[in-house]
Design a protein. Sequence first.
Length: 297
Amino acid sequence: MNRKSLITFLLISFGLAWFLFSLPLAFKNTDVYLSAMQVCFMLAMWAPGLGAILTIRLVEKQPVIQTLRLNMLGPKRFYLAAWFLPALISIAGIGASILLGTGALDLNFTFMRESLAKVPAGTNLPAVEILVLAQVASALTFAPFINVLFALGEELGWRGFLLPRLMPLGQWKAILISGAIWGIWHAPTTLLHGYNFPQHPYLGILVMTVGCILLGIILSWLTLKTRSPWVAALGHGAFNAVAGLGFLLLKPGFDAALAGSPLGLAGWIPMTLFVALLLWTKQLPVPENNTPRKETL
């Protein structure tokens, strides 16, 4: 392993992102706090990508596009998995929440109704059911592709740069360590802002890390099968698109560490089952001589 490359990449990825994650605190008690948090969080998603690009150019002195395989797609069937698998995981996680009793199905769509109650009176809006259907439809169709714009920033770093450079440790160690680093990278979002797991600012870091390790296994599998960061970016974007479905379909007040969130306990169950399926069908670990058909952009 090139330790200088790894250290440089991690310093940039964590330093820039953690600065951006902290910046909204300057607006904590103002009306623009939520907007500032959203903008800073989106910009932070490109910190790992920038870290990868700068490290490749300045430390490794290699061409960025070829090194990160941005000119390669790999077999197209894995993009279908990247597109729709996150939705299946999210829906299965909602089902697990209901079965475990940590969440309750809400066909009255209370969360949406409460959100609409804040809209100024006289605003012409469709029925709540139509709005919920539209949100679910967008999350399953075009939203994943819009999200790729920012998800690619993370995936160039985690699966495009970090994963291959940890491979000398062995494929499983590389996958698990890169997933753990990805999870810890999110720590300030939970600790400082209560993001994802507002009831658990400290425990939420652990919950997020476990969720990122499990999701990281799936995204790493897709990446290793295609040898391309594009498939992981689509999978990541699709996952972000459906991550909020629990808030639409479950009664408000649930603990996101236990229910609703695909990165919480409810989401761990379907992700663990899918990883077990990959192991059972010998899809993991991916053979080192896996050479997918070279389909380029």
